[in-house]
Write a protein that binds this ligand. Structure first.
Ligand code: FES
Length: 647
């Protein structure tokens, strides 16, 4: 006899199963991930599926073309008490009677308060490191002197096949009261993410507990962003962000390393500061998500190498100079309470691996999210901060490096530079004939030459110029002929336009004649030239190593990448020539990668494996870096052409 064919969507996995097989079991055998907390007792409701094709018997009467068993008494009880949405069945109770196409619902990400503009709303396959397992434990018996914990372990082994279970010690003093409180029915949180494959009991709840949460967090040197997700539905239930309190010890990474070197308690102070901020964020997302800290059972963190070290309590001094040795490059797994985070007592923290001394766990997470290693196209991934982290590769080979761009792109070292905040000029256009500018300011809707601008801008003022504004104004100055290919402000234009003003022996461009006066000076242009040349030279080195003269796709990560206009980045020669359609801001790709690792531990293995295989280049040691750097000082470049710009 030919058994019925069952196809699971959206994975497309399929197989034939004997009539009467529970759908959940078929899913398990095919490796389709369907959650179940109660172990098929039809009480948790986590295993819901929908039927896309084929019929299913909802109540009692079975007709010959019903392909799924009618709703039995247990499922009916669940429906009565908790309510099954229209068209849904409990896969643990529904039995296969004929050919079927089953939809495994992927609860969509509902993310009302998005931390960053470009939060990723992709939905990922789930296979969290935490499983919630409901069991009914045998009551104690004078005849069988087995301990409460041991009877719990044997129930978990019998119902869930967790053998050789390790138990967190903190649970042992509590086991008796929890078992009695739940009248011998409990839900065990099992953590399984160890190299040896051994599962570990990390939390225990009386009765049925069918929720578990986790946090994914990106520790940036400027901003920390955290997402709270349900480990069972995959849904992001809360997001929050805060500025990194380490800023008070030093604006950029290197000044934080120097702070550690100069102050005996510097490392401790910065570690304490970031952990305190993280605990504050944990509180915030818990309040927003309406849960308690103890409900957080897993956590994933990413950050650049220096943030990574300071968070884990490791001295980052070695990262301040060659050979930039990391204390640990592989993934770090630690009990969260050991690093001062307050969640559930048994919660574990997973920190992604670092790629190299300057290319951190954040770059690894961005790589996981954007997946150059999963595609044929040659993809360039750039995260621009004080250091640009650069990854270039495809399915065959991935290479990574960092380039010392300095803080100019973040508005530092620029005469009127500021962080991207209300009042900052973020967009600029310059009329090539009159050389008159028009611009847009963060927090104001109108362009500067539109009616109502003055009134609207009165609230914020026009306070300075942020990273994306600097890129645009210098690119526009180049397009309008105000600066030469070498970046020199053309003083001969001073007679033609009052916007070109002498300052000492050089000239500046007057962008905003108000209070404060905002000018782009010759030094500003130089600072951007140096930064973009460093970035481009790093990219070129990687292209050399890959043996390519062209990249197929570019992802710009991070806040800066989100706000710059790819066209202007290319006009300036910040990034290599590429089809503009294929240059995309990828938002907080690092945060997305962290969330992927939270929801599916297979992504942890994927990135660990990928990072091991990534070739690391130390730009400072490469003889051709200098050559590329010099060529890239010109706008857009002395030697490389940008055919996609003229197109
Ligand atoms: Fe819990 Fe089906 S597995 S209701």
């Amino acid at each position: 006899t030919v058994h019925p064919l069952v196809l699971f969507m959206p994975s497309g996995k399929r197989g034939r199963f004997p009539v009467g097989t529970p759908v959940l079991e078929a899913a398990r055998r095919l490796g389709v991930y369907v959650e179940s907390v109660c172990g098929g007792r039809a009480t948790c409701g986590r295993c819901q599926v929908a039927v896309q094709e084929g019929n299913f018997a909802k109540h009692g009467i079975v007709s010959s073309d019903d392909h799924l068993s009618p709703v039995g008494p247990k499922e009916e009880h669940y429906d009565r008490v908790r309510g099954l949405p229209e068209g849904r069945r409990l896969s643990c109770s529904a039995l296969i009677l004929g050919d079927l196409v089953i939809d495994v619902p992927q609860d969509t990400v509902i993310n009302a308060q998005v931390v960053r503009k470009a939060a990723d709303e992709r939905v990922f396959d789930r296979n969290a490191a935490i499983r919630m397992c409901y069991v009914e434990v045998e009551e104690p018996d004078m005849e069988k002197p087995l301990g409460d914990l041991d009877r719990l372990k044997s129930a978990l082994s019998h119902d869930w096949h967790f053998d050789d279970l390790d138990v967190d010690f903190h649970l042992i003093p509590k086991v008796q009261s929890i078992l009695r409180k739940g009248e011998w029915k409990v839900t065990a949180a099992i953590h399984k993410d160890r190299e040896d494959g051994r599962p570990r009991l990390i939390a225990l709840y009386p009765g049925l507990k069918n929720e578990a949460y986790g946090i994914a967090c990106d520790i940036g040197s400027t901003t920390i962003a955290m997402h709270l997700s349900s480990l069972l539905s995959g849904r992001t239930v809360a997001s929050s962000g805060t500025s990194n309190p380490q800023i008070r010890f030093g604006e950029d990474l290197m000044s934080r390393v120097s702070y550690v070197m100069m102050n005996p308690d510097g490392r401790e102070a910065m570690t304490a500061a970031v952990r305190e901020a993280l605990n504050g964020l944990i509180d915030k997302v818990c309040v927003e998500g309406g849960i308690s800290r103890a409900d957080i059972l897993d956590s994933v963190f990413v950050g650049n190498p220096i943030m990574h070290h300071l968070f884990l309590g490791i001295d980052p001094t070695e990262l301040g100079g060659a050979p930039f040795a990391l204390a640990v490059s592989g993934a770090v797994k630690v009990r969260s309470s050991e690093i001062g985070l307050s969640m559930n007592e048994g919660t574990r923290t997973y920190m992604l691996p670092c790629i190299a001394g300057h290319v951190g766990a954040d770059a690894a997470a961005a790589t996981l999210s954007e997946g150059p290693h999963r595609q044929d196209e040659m993809m360039l991934l750039v995260d621009i901060g004080t250091n640009a982290e650069i990854v270039l590769g495809n399915r065959t080979r991935v290479i990574a490096a960092s380039s010392p761009t300095g803080p100019a792109f973040e508005g530092a070292e620029i005469s009127s530079g500021q962080r991207a905040a209300a009042g900052a000029i973020e967009r600029v256009r310059i009329d090539p004939v009159t050389l008159e500018p028009r611009f847009r300011v963060i927090g104001v809707e109108q362009w500067s030459d539109e009616p109502g601008f003055a009134d609207a801008a009165a609230a914020t003022g026009v306070t300075g110029i942020c990273g994306s504004g600097i890129i645009e104004v210098i690119a526009e100055m180049y397009l309008a002929g105000i600066i030469s290919e070498d970046g020199v402000v053309d003083g001969s234009l001073a007679g033609r336009s009052p916007r070109i003003v002498a300052s000492g022996r050089t000239f500046s461009y007057l962008l905003h004649d108000g209070e404060p006066r905002i000018t782009v000076t010759q030094n500003d242009v130089r600072a951007i030239q140096l930064a973009k040349a460093a970035l481009y030279a790093g990219v070129k080195l990687l292209m050399d190593k890959q043996g390519v003269t062209q990249v197929d796709r570019i992802g710009l990560a991070g806040a800066f990448g989100t706000f710059i206009d790819p066209k202007y980045a290319m006009v300036l020669g910040l990034i290599p020539d590429c089809d503009l359609e294929k240059v995309k801001a990828v938002g907080n790709a690092a945060g997305t990668g962290a969330r992927m690792c939270l929801l599916n531990r297979e992504y942890r293995r994927e990135i660990e494996e990928t990072v091991r295989k990534i070739d690391k280049i130390e730009t400072a040691l490469e003889p051709r870096f200098q050559e590329h750097f010099v060529a890239a000082m010109a706008v857009p470049n002395k030697v490389d052409a940008f055919p996609h710009l003229s197109a």
